[in-house]
Design a protein around this ligand. Structure first.
Ligand code: FPP
Length: 290
């Protein structure tokens, strides 16, 4: 699963990032941060600009955040860049713009990705994206596949319910193939298949089988919802919501979210440790005003 943390390059952080990073516990950094990037349209609207400008500025934020993540040695960063619902429900002009922006982003940033040792990967029904976009995506993944630092996973044409359906189908196919070889009665076959549909089997069939589950989910623009993002994988993730719109989000804000994450106590349904006085004194915000 590639769990060893990539080497950190904290000396490359901006001075204000370094100051905040020094307050973090380097031993308890999240392994996987997933971000719902939201508010591009409202950012543009606030400035009386067309939505497209918000997306363009949002692509800049992506690069800032990726580079800070790579400098602190975050192994996995997953960004919700384009949902199945965006594809179905947004005007065609906006969808085409987002597709062009993705291509431009990948081509324009490949050198910086390699300079930062970032590997690019994707999850989602990417096979349904336009052929030329898929080609650029493949090219970018190949160009960065030797990198050993942060894995940047872009969720594209992604929906978590669709992913779970895809995983359940894959798990059933594999269970049926196993049962078919055994010469059992139909009833026994059905039961054997059912027994093979375990949490482990579903996990192994998800697009994210090769990654640890996210420890921290960040959502920008103050919306308190998950919007069909990694529903299975975030069962025990900490959630951090900020008012800031995605085009204004920078590496320092990623570090602020990690600081809030480190003030939480993760209990995974158990009783956890008794909170220490220091922990109870610190605000355990799920939401911060920017
Ligand atoms: C939400 O803003 C964001 C998106 C629909 C897509 C995210 C896209 C980007 C950050 C830009 C490009 C990304 C890459 C990887 C190149 P919204 O349009 O829903 O904002 P609103 O809710 O304010 O209307």
């Amino acid at each position: 699963m590639g769990l060893s943390a990539p080497a950190s390059r904290v000396h490359e952080l901006a001075p204000e990032e370094l100051e905040l990073y020094r307050l973090l516990d380097a031993e308890r950094l999240p392994r996987h941060v997933a971000i719902i990037m939201d508010g591009n349209g409202r950012w543009a609207q606030q400035r009386r600009l067309q939505r497209f400008f918000g997306h363009q500025q949002g692509a800049e934020s992506v690069q800032y955040v990726v580079e800070t993540a790579s400098r602190i040695g975050l192994p996995w960063l997953t960004l919700y860049a384009f949902s199945l619902e965006n594809n179905l429900r947004r005007p065609r002009t906006e969808v085409s713009f987002l597709m062009r922006l993705l291509k431009t982003y990948l081509v324009g940033n490949i050198r910086r990705m390699n300079d930062n040792n970032v590997r690019i990967a994707y999850i989602g029904r990417t096979q349904d994206l336009p052929a030329e976009v898929q080609e650029t995506m493949r090219w970018a993944a190949e160009q960065t596949q030797q990198n050993t630092g942060t894995t940047l996973t872009l969720a594209l044409n992604y929906g978590a319910r669709g992913e779970i359906v895809d995983a359940a189908r894959a798990a059933v196919r594999s269970a049926m193939a196993n049962a078919a070889q055994t010469g059992l009665s139909q009833e026994q076959c059905v039961e054997q298949c059912a027994q093979q549909i375990t949490e482990e089997a579903i996990c192994q069939a998800l697009y994210t089988a090769h990654m640890p589950d996210p420890d921290l989910v960040i959502r920008t623009s103050c919306e308190m919802r998950i919007s069909n993002f990694l529903l299975w994988q975030i069962a025990y993730a900490e959630i951090f919501v900020t008012e800031r719109y995605w085009p204004d989000f920078r590496g320092i804000h990623l570090l602020e979210a990690i600081a809030a994450y480190q003030r939480r106590e993760r209990r995974y349904g158990g009783l956890g440790e008794k909170p220490s006085p220091a922990k109870t004194a610190a605000p355990d915000e799920a939401f911060v005003r920017s």
